[in-house]
Design a protein around this ligand. Structure first.
Ligand code: HEM
Length: 133
C-alpha cells in the first residue's frame, strides 16, 4: 500500500530505495560507483537532509547542490539523457512508495531542480568544448 510522505523516516526510505535503483541502473550506476566513487555512508545522510529540507523546511542541509555536478561533468560528460533517466527513476521510485500532496511536491521539486541543473551542466559542457577544441 502506498502511503503519505510524512516524516524523516519516510524521506530515508525514499532516498535509500532511490539510490538502490540508481546503483542497479546500467547507465547511471557506474557514474556514481566508478566515476565519482561515492562514499554512500556520507552521501545518503546528506541526501536525507537535502530532501527533508525541501519537503518539511528543516535546516540540516547547508551544502551547495550544484558544484559537485559541474566538477563531475568535466570528468564524465553528463547529458540531458542522463538527467531524463535520473528523473524517470526518481518518479518511478516515488510512485512505488508514496502518494498524496508531498509525493507530488517532491516530484515537482526534483523536476525543477533537475531542469536547472541540466541547463547549467550543459553550459559547463559547452565551456569545456570551447576550451578543448
Ligand atoms: C545525471 C544526474 C545526476 C548524477 C549523475 C548525480 C551525481 C552526483 C554525485 C556523483 C554527487 C556527489 C556525491 C558525493 O560524493 O558526495 C552528487 C551530489 C549531490 N546531488 Fe546529484 N547527480 C545527479 C542529479 C541530481 C539531481 C537532479 C539532484 C537534485 C534534484 C541532485 C542532488 C544532489 C545533491 C543535493 C548532492 C549533494 C551536494 C553536496 O555535496 O552538498 N543530483 N550527485
Amino acid at each position: 500500500m502506498r502511503k503519505q510522505l510524512e516524516n524523516r523516516a519516510d524521506v530515508e526510505l525514499l532516498v535509500n530505495s532511490f539510490y538502490q535503483k540508481i546503483r542497479e541502473d546500467a547507465e547511471l550506476g557506474p557514474i556514481f560507483d566508478e566515476v565519482a566513487q561515492v562514499s554512500w555512508e556520507l552521501h545518503l545522510p546528506k541526501m536525507y537532509d537535502f530532501w527533508e529540507g525541501i519537503l518539511f523546511g528543516t535546516l540540516n542541509y547547508n551544502g551547495r547542490p550544484m558544484p559537485p555536478h559541474f566538477r563531475l561533468t568535466t570528468k564524465y560528460t553528463l547529458t540531458p539523457e542522463h538527467f531524463d533517466r535520473w528523473l524517470a527513476i526518481f518518479f518511478q521510485n516515488v510512485d512505488e512508495l508514496f502518494e498524496g500532496e508531498k509525493a507530488d511536491d517532491v516530484k515537482y521539486r526534483a523536476y525543477s531542480i533537475a531542469t536547472i541543473m541540466n541547463t547549467r551542466v550543459q553550459q559547463v559542457n559547452e565551456q569545456v568544448r570551447v576550451e578543448n577544441p
